[in-house]
Design a protein around this ligand. Structure first.
Ligand code: PLP
Length: 400
């Protein structure tokens, strides 16, 4: 029988693709200099946080040096910060939410970990449309959860029939991420409504209110939507939807580790707040105790702002041009800051190696559950994208 540790190591192996490229990048930069390397491997947001942060931070310094200014706070977050983030989410999701419906977590990552710790039994399954963010396997693997990737259509839209066919009595959640890492896809309203209707139907058939099937909507890239694309709000679609997210990308504060999990008030009414209570307890006992205090206050103060999205839009358009000029096929992403083009010749590892020879770093699609593609992150300056153009052409030519 596979142990929790075996399952965890299997998942961890996959995420090491990104790590490997990260380490390769450091090596190349040391060898040839920072400017010589075009590093599209990591999604670490490099655009500065909004200017509004500058005005807030001195006030936070005053707060911090008071007694308990940097002390422990309630497990679910500072009440005023929960209320502010609930207000932000209520507007975004079009549903009345209060502070009690929202738990502040250590990034979207720990929001997912808290959910898995709160709900999974060993062997429970999490369905994820693939390609997908590889760390998901580690997050649920800690608790014996098994990630069950279900391929999307060729254009990365959801294959709802395939998802329906993959559901078993052990399925605990369907985890969707839109705008998506690694493809940049934004799922359309009709796709998400169909998914929500499927989950409602499964729960009605199960009749087991103690172990319902959930939809986890992982939304750290919500603000990154181009050319007027709609990012539909999922929370009102079903009481079984949980919305998770963070300010890592939208406010460029990934190092402060501030995320959230919002529970539909209808679900809390139905389960007497049991899920919220468990999530709150687990948020502490996993060892975080509470999300960083200065980060909570900063995020709460500026949560209605975003980084300068025009910068990402310009990079997005430039990367599309670089790939088109190199004759590389791709589905134009409508959101996030990634591209997931096809590897010319079909072998992603070979194409990544050919790019490396050009000092261009990319991650093979195999690491995201879809061989034959590569992932490029546009968390880099425009001048680097422009500089990579000739290298992409030569590498693509070599692999055809
Ligand atoms: N979900 C997705 C799809 C991501 O790409 C990331 C980070 O890159 C996360 C979750 C975790 O983000 P954080 O914990 O910084 O909020």
């Amino acid at each position: 029988m596979q142990t929790v540790t075996d399952a965890f190591h299997a998942a961890a192996g996959k995420s090491s693709f990104i790590r490997k490229m990260f380490e390769k990048g450091i090596e190349l930069k040391q060898q040839y200099g920072e400017d010589a390397v075009c590093d599209f491997s990591l999604g670490n947001p490099d655009v500065p946080p909004p200017e509004a942060a500058r005005a807030v931070l001195p006030q936070l310094a005053d707060d911090a040096v008071r007694p308990l200014g940097l002390g422990y706070c309630p497990n679910a977050g500072i009440p005023a910060c929960r209320a502010a983030i609930a207000g932000y989410l209520a507007k975004q999701q079009g549903l009345p939410l209060e502070g009690k419906d929202v738990i502040i977590t250590v990034g979207a990552a720990s929001a997912l970990v808290c959910f898995f710790r709160s709900t999974l039994d060993a062997g429970d399954e999490i369905i994820v449309p693939s390609p997908y963010f590889v760390e998901y396997g580690n997050y649920c693997g800690h608790f014996g959860g098994v990630l069950k990737p279900v391929p999307t259509h060729e254009d990365f839209t959801l294959d709802i029939s395939a998802i329906a066919a993959a559901i078993t009595p052990k399925t605990r959640a369907i985890l969707v991420n839109s705008p998506n890492n690694p493809t940049g896809t934004i799922y359309k309203r009709a796709e998400l409504e169909e998914l929500a209707a499927l989950v409602e139907k499964v729960n009605a058939e199960r009749g087991d209110q103690a172990r319902p099937l959930f939809i986890l909507s992982d939304e750290p890239y919500r603000a990154f939507a181009y050319d007027g694309a709609e990012v539909p709000a999922m929370l009102p679609m079903s009481k079984y939807v949980l919305v998770l997210g963070s300010f890592s990308k939208t406010l460029s504060m990934a190092g402060e580790r501030i995320g959230y999990i919002a529970v539909n008030p209808e679900l809390s009414k139905a389960d007497n707040g049991a899920l919220l209570t468990t999530l709150t307890l687990v948020n502490r006992t996993l060892g975080y105790v509470n999300a960083p205090v200065i980060g909570q206050k900063l995020a709460a103060a500026i949560c209605n702002e975003t980084v300068d999205l025009d910068i990402y839009k310009r990079r997005h358009d430039l990367m599309a041009k670089v790939l088109t000029d190199a004759g590389i096929e791709f589905t134009m992403p409508r959101g996030a800051f990634y591209f997931f083009p096809k590897a010319p010749g079909g072998d992603d590892a070979k194409f990544v190696d050919a790019l490396l020879e050009e000092k261009i770093l990319a991650v093979p699609g195999s690491g995201f559950g879809r061989a034959g593609y590569i992932r490029l992150s546009c968390a880099v300056e425009e001048k680097i994208i422009a500089r990579s153009a000739e290298g992409f052409k030569r590498a693509a030519e070599k692999c055809r």
